[in-house]
Ligand binder design. Structure first.
Ligand code: UDP
Length: 469
């Protein structure tokens, strides 16, 4: 039977595709440290149904919470941010709080001591933990600096305090942001709007948790981790990188992508993707396409419809310059993949040499895991702050910012940024060398029991076990 002292761990990721893989990987590491530990993964029915458990997955239990998006005016079956338009996001965040009674009743039905590890966006679970005598940790699937700055902006709305284009964060004055780094919905925030209200609820709940776990590496993010420790005043453990396991795939589409890569020289191909939710606008698409053509380098572009349009409505030829795809195919120069690409496998391929990314945290970790440098184009959320971090690490050239009408990009800038990162320039060599260093630091964090993330997770578990004894 279950050891009375070992807690039953309840993992509760937010309802977003990009938030789930790190939680799954966390389950793998928990089992490695405590074989036989009871772990339950809690989510909504559709999300649980679409989980592809990694080959190395330990036996985790799944528990579905009933969720009725239609009750909140959202499309039936919309159980993840990826199913929605950007303008529905705030409604979805608010609707996610309706899971509380069902979550509470699930936790109260567990007989052994419980340890809840919940996504930051489900920080309200800290109240459930208190009421039910459970221990509680908030898990941040992103980076420490990105989250710390993101939360700080919601608390202080510094851009509303100052007229200029640049402003220091009131609580972290060393961090100076530019107006172009404030996401659209943040820029419109007044303090009395639903976004600010939601994130201020998240932040005050984070102050009630027992511990914060972060998908990063202690040695790589001392500043961001300090900022989180100051913000929440609780023990904060860096337990990353927690990477998505490449899903086994034998789909015809995936095979042809890999074969296309096979036909190119090592480290020659630029991979381009803006994640599972974001996209750029039509003017930017034109300039990106022509800039890639002008760069003269092979590229593999995961193509999503322009910002604001629904991928389910199909793809229109006019989104790309006339003849572009044919010219690229004829010259064996570029491949445009519509929809979903096997990103982890693409980044692992020897022909891939750099990644043009929206700076989502999973994408950053997956790229640097293979020592691949970045061309940055942050588009929303904390991506702007993730970009600041990787630029500071020396592994990224930030090429563009945002996808509003005012964020124009020219083809020459695209060609130049790609040439800088991939070419035989001093800057390019330096960027690639540093990406290799980060890859080694990331690997070291989980190398043997002495790696810093292994030590942190062990430390966290001991705290939990002591508290339930
Ligand atoms: N991803 C993928 N294929 C795609 C687009 C994205 O496999 O065509 C995966 C990618 O490998 C990463 C995740 O989706 O694990 C995206 O997470 P990230 O944090 O980079 O961005 P988000 O989608 O959350 O903005």
């Amino acid at each position: 039977g279950e050891d009375a002292r070992s807690p039953h761990v309840v993992l509760f990721p937010f309802l977003a595709r990009g938030h789930i893989p790190a939680f799954l990987r966390l389950a793998v590491h928990l089992h490695a440290l405590r074989p036989g530990l009871a772990v339950t993964f809690v989510s909504t029915p559709c999300l649980l149904g679409s989980l592809s458990l990694p080959a190395t997955s330990p036996p985790i239990q799944l528990h579905a919470l009933p969720f009725a998006p239609a009750d909140h005016g959202l499309p039936h079956g919309a159980e993840s941010l990826a199913d929605l338009h950007v303008h529905q996001f705030i409604t979805f965040f608010q609707a996610s709080e309706s899971l509380r009674p069902a979550f509470d009743s699930f936790v109260s039905g567990i007989r052994s001591p419980v340890c809840i590890i919940a996504d930051a966006f489900f920080a309200w679970t800290a109240d459930v933990a208190r009421e039910r005598g459970a221990s509680h940790a908030v898990f941040l699937p992103g980076g420490a600096f990105g989250y710390a700055v993101f939360f700080s902006v919601w608390v202080h709305l510094p851009h509303t305090l100052k007229a200029g284009d640049e402003f220091p964060l009131p609580n972290f004055p060393d961090v100076v942001l530019h107006r172009t780094q404030i996401p659209r919905h943040m820029l419109a925030a007044t303090g009395a709007d639903p976004w600010t209200a939601f994130f201020r609820r998240v932040i005050s709940s984070c102050r009630k948790t027992d511990a914060v776990l972060v998908n990063t590496v202690e040695e790589l993010e001392p500043t961001g981790l300090d900022m989180l420790r100051t913000s929440f005043g609780v023990q904060t453990w860096a337990i990353g990188p927690l990477l998505a396991e490449p899903a086994p795939s034998d789909s015809q589409d995936d095979t042809s992508i890999i074969q296309w890569l096979d036909a190119h020289p090592p480290r020659s191909v630029l991979y381009i993707s803006f994640g599972s939710q974001n996209s750029i606008n039509t003017d930017q698409m034109t300039e990106l396409a022509l800039g890639l053509e002008a760069s003269g380098r092979p590229f593999l572009w995961t193509f999503r419809p322009p910002v604001g349009l629904d991928p389910k409505d199909g793809f229109k030829p006019e989104w790309l310059p006339a003849g572009f795809e044919d010219r690229m195919a004829e010259a064996n120069r570029g491949l445009v993949v519509r929809g979903w690409a096997p990103q982890a496998r693409i980044l692992a391929h020897a022909s891939t040499g750099a990644f043009m990314t929206h700076c989502g945290w999973n994408s950053i970790l997956e790229s640097l895991h293979h020592g691949l440098p970045l061309v940055g184009w942050p588009l929303g959320g904390e991506q702007f702050f993730n970009a600041m971090l990787v630029v500071e690490w020396g592994v990224c050239v930030e090429m563009a910012r945002g996808n509003t009408e005012s964020s124009a990009i020219e083809r020459a800038e695209v060609a130049e940024a790609v040439g800088t990162v991939m070419g035989e320039t001093e800057k390019g060599e330096e960027t690639r060398r540093k990406a290799g260093e980060i890859a080694r630091a990331m690997a070291a964090a989980w190398e043997g029991p002495g790696g810093s993330s292994a030590v942190s997770l062990e430390g966290f578990l001991r705290c939990v076990e002591t508290s339930v004894r």
